[in-house]
Design a protein around this ligand. Structure first.
Ligand code: KMH
Ligand code: ZN
Length: 274
């Protein structure tokens, strides 16, 4: 493993534009952020979109326009979130794949999510897996908890390999209700991964962001950063742009002799069409 896949998750579904005006919520803001993040070292963008009032939406027309705009202005791997917000119905989350992204997130189980529940029942996981395979979309398996690593094992046993034949996971750590963003938790989760897994990244929510990033690099993993996961650059210093987080991740990766990979290398790693 020589280089690092840096994923940027610029928007998410939880942070409000009113509270955090630098959050990219319009298509123009998202594309501008994506371009800056690519220049800073990101190779994959994990996308949640917002409506005119900056509320989370899974509107198919908007998703299609977003995929087209990101493809026109960047060479980033475009991953649409199928997690949406905790209020989105499962059918709408499944329909996200009709926007034909390169990749989609696929969370491997239900998890408490602060005061809410992020619902991912087993039949939904199987439907999502199969629809992604039918539409030639490469899934990224999101793992919020150790039990979800076991559910990934069950999913691969039940459905086989995803489209492209690679198995890429992302540990999302530090969500209240999921596994903590600690080094022992990351080590345990990595050790439990099925042997079919070909690559993994990790992100720590909030204050666990940096320790998780450093541990992930040391363990041979890749990085996810972005305002979806973390709004602070340092104590008392709010993030002004997603590119700041990507730049810092790229510096950290370079320091550990694992510089950021290109978008072409990311496509090869994930078996996403060029
Ligand atoms: N917004 C969270 C409820 C994903 O993108 O697939 C779910 C989430 C995971 O962000
Ligand atoms: Zn997300």
């Amino acid at each position: 493993m020589t280089s690092t896949l840096i994923t940027v998750a610029p928007t998410g579904a939880e942070v409000s534009k009113a509270d955090f005006p630098q959050l990219p919520t319009t298509l123009e803001e998202l594309v501008a952020e994506a371009k800056a993040c690519e220049a800073a070292g990101a190779a994959l963008v994990h996308v949640h979109i917002r409506d005119e009032q900056a509320r989370p939406t899974l509107d198919l027309g908007r998703l299609e326009a977003t995929v087209a705009a990101l493809r026109e202005s960047t060479s980033l791997v475009v991953q649409l979130s199928t997690g949406g917000s905790v209020r989105d119905p499962l059918e709408a989350r499944l329909a996200v794949l009709d926007a034909a992204p390169d990749s989609c997130s696929l969370t491997c189980g239900t998890v408490n999510f602060g005061d809410e529940v992020f619902l991912n029942p087993w039949p939904f996981m199987v439907d999502l897996f199969e629809k992604a395979r039918d539409l030639h979309v490469v899934p990224e398996f999101e793992l919020f908890d150790l039990g979800q690593v076991a559910a990934l094992r069950r999913l691969l046993d039940t459905c086989g390999l995803p489209f492209g034949g690679r198995v890429h996971c992302d540990f999302v750590m530090g969500v209240p209700g999921g596994m903590p963003g600690t080094v022992p938790a990351l080590v345990a989760a990595v050790q439990a991964l099925p042997p079919e897994v070909t690559s993994w990244s990790a992100t720590g929510i909030g204050r666990s962001h940096l320790p998780v990033a450093a541990a992930a690099l040391a363990l041979g993993g890749h990085l996810r950063v972005g305002m979806e996961d973390n709004l602070l650059l340092a104590k008392g210093r709010f993030v002004q742009s997603n590119a700041e987080l990507v730049e810092r991740a790229a510096r950290l990766a370079t320091l550990l002799q694992r510089p950021a990979m290109s978008t072409a290398q990311a496509r090869e790693l994930l078996a996403v069409a060029a």
